[in-house]
Write a protein that binds this ligand. Structure first.
Ligand SMILES: [Zn+2]
Length: 140
């Protein structure tokens, strides 16, 4: 049961989020639940990475509870796309000692052979010590 969206990523290959670190030292501990992202941008990267790897459960666990279903469904609907690049444009707050943060990014993907980009300014909140993706403003 393989499809075109599955990427061969292991703990020793480059993390899909593009930090230049290995998956094992970057987003894997977040996905495995052994570590929590310390900053909004770490959560942002780990969520991009979860989209790339099709980890719907992680996506559902990193939004406010009332939005979890929406996310699980959205992930399924996006399984035909292949996430190819993440560029962080700007971050605002979202640090170790803050409870809100914004991350502007451009994510690139191909869907049905077409190259697309998603440009968004995402809003994150820390809830009980855990960063969550709340919503985002689409940018042109
Ligand atoms: Zn990563």
């Amino acid at each position: 049961m393989s499809n075109s969206t599955s990427i061969a990523v292991t703990s020793t290959t480059a993390c899909p989020c593009g930090t230049g670190q290995t998956y094992g030292k970057c987003c894997q501990p977040f996905h495995a639940g052994s570590k929590l992202p310390a900053t909004a941008v770490q959560l942002m990267r780990s969520r991009y990475c979860a989209f790339a790897l099709g980890l719907g459960q992680y996506l559902a666990e990193t939004v406010p509870e009332e939005k979890a279903h929406e996310f699980a469904a959205r992930t399924v609907s996006r399984q035909k796309c292949r996430w190819t690049n993440l560029e962080i444009i700007k971050t605002e707050a979202g640090g170790l000692f803050e409870n809100t943060g914004y991350v502007e990014f451009i994510a690139s993907f191909t869907e049905n052979g077409r190259r697309e980009t998603l440009h968004e300014n995402s809003r994150f909140l820390r809830h009980n010590g855990k960063w969550l993706y709340v919503d985002g403003e689409m940018l042109p």
